[in-house]
Ligand binder design. Structure first.
Ligand code: ZN
Length: 256
C-alpha cells in the first residue's frame, strides 16, 4: 500500500478530485494527507475527511502568501483549537523561501518567523506532528524553532538543502518526503542517497505540476509508484521493501 504524505486536495477542481479519489484503490493508495492553505482551505479539507475516511486533514497556513492581519490569524488558531480532534497534523506551515527570492530579499521575514513559532508551539501543546515548507537556508531557522519548542515530530515536505542542515534533521529524527521530481532532479536523487529510508515518505504536493516524464500530466497519487521505484533503485533496495517501509514510516509518523 502507498500513502500520499502531502497533497492539496482542495486545490483540484471537483471533477479532478472525484476522478482521483475513484482511482486510488487501483494504485494501492490507502490514504492521503490533505494539507491546508488557510482557514477556508481547512474547512474544505475538514469536509472531505467527513465524506471519505481515506482523507486525513492537516490544518495550517501556507507560508508562500501575504501574512494576514492578527485578527484573522487568531481566528485560524481558535478554529484549529476547536477542531484539534479532526486534525492529523499542523500544516502546511513554514517559511516563504520562494516569495523571499521573488522579492530579491526585501521581504520582511520577522512576521513569518513569529507566525511559524506560534504554529510550532501549537503543535507542541496539542502533541500533533507538523508539516513544514522549509527549504535551503530556511531549514536551519526552522530547526532552531523546533528545538526551542522540543518538537520532534517534524515532516519537511519536498525538502531541499545543504548537507549541514540535512545532518541536523537526520540527528533530530525529522522526516522528509520525496515527490515525483526525483525522476529527473539530480539534487533530489543525491538527497535520497544520503537520507535514511527510515525517515522518508512519498508525496505528490498535487496539483503542483511535474516535468520530465510527467510533463503536461495532471498530478495524482499514482505518480508515487514511479518515485518509489526510483528510491528503491538509488538505495539499492527491492521495490517491495521500499514500498513497505515508506508506507510504514507514514503510518507511524501520522499515527494512521
Ligand atoms: Zn504543499
Amino acid at each position: 500500500m502507498i500513502i500520499d504524505a502531502h497533497i492539496h486536495l482542495d486545490h483540484y477542481t471537483e471533477q479532478d478530485r472525484n476522478e482521483i479519489l475513484a482511482q486510488l484503490a487501483n494504485y494501492q493508495v490507502e490514504a492521503l494527507i490533505a494539507v491546508s492553505f488557510d482557514l477556508s482551505s481547512c474547512l474544505k479539507n475538514q469536509s472531505f475527511t467527513q465524506d471519505d475516511p481515506r482523507i486525513k486533514a492537516a490544518f495550517g497556513f501556507h507560508p508562500e502568501q501575504e501574512i494576514p492581519v492578527l485578527e484573522e490569524i487568531d481566528k485560524l488558531f481558535s478554529w484549529m483549537e476547536e477542531h484539534a480532534d479532526e486534525m492529523i497534523a499542523v500544516g502546511e506551515v513554514g517559511l516563504p523561501y520562494y516569495k523571499k527570492i521573488e522579492s530579491k530579499g526585501k521581504l520582511n521575514y520577522a512576521p513569518y518567523i513569529e507566525l511559524l513559532d506560534r504554529f510550532i508551539s501549537f503543535a507542541a501543546a496539542t502533541k500533533k506532528p507538523i508539516v513544514l515548507h522549509a527549504v535551503y537556508e530556511d531549514a536551519q531557522i526552522v530547526c532552531d524553532l523546533l528545538e526551542k519548542h522540543q518538537v520532534a515530530k517534524a515532516h519537511f515536505h519536498w525538502f531541499k538543502g545543504d548537507d549541514e542542515v540535512m545532518k541536523r534533521m537526520i540527528r533530530n529524527g525529522y522526516y522528509i518526503s520525496i515527490t515525483p521530481d526525483c525522476l529527473y532532479e539530480d539534487e533530489i536523487q543525491q538527497l535520497i542517497c544520503k537520507y535514511p529510508i527510515e525517515q522518508m515518505m512519498v508525496e505528490t504536493d498535487g496539483p503542483w505540476h511535474f516535468e520530465g516524464p510527467f510533463t503536461n500530466q495532471r498530478t495524482e497519487p499514482k505518480m508515487m509508484i514511479h518515485a518509489i521505484e526510483k528510491i528503491a533503485h538509488l538505495k539499492n533496495l527491492s521495490i517491495t521493501y521500499t514500498t513497505q517501509i515508506l508506507y510504514e514510516n507514514t503510518k507511524k509518523f501520522y499515527k494512521i
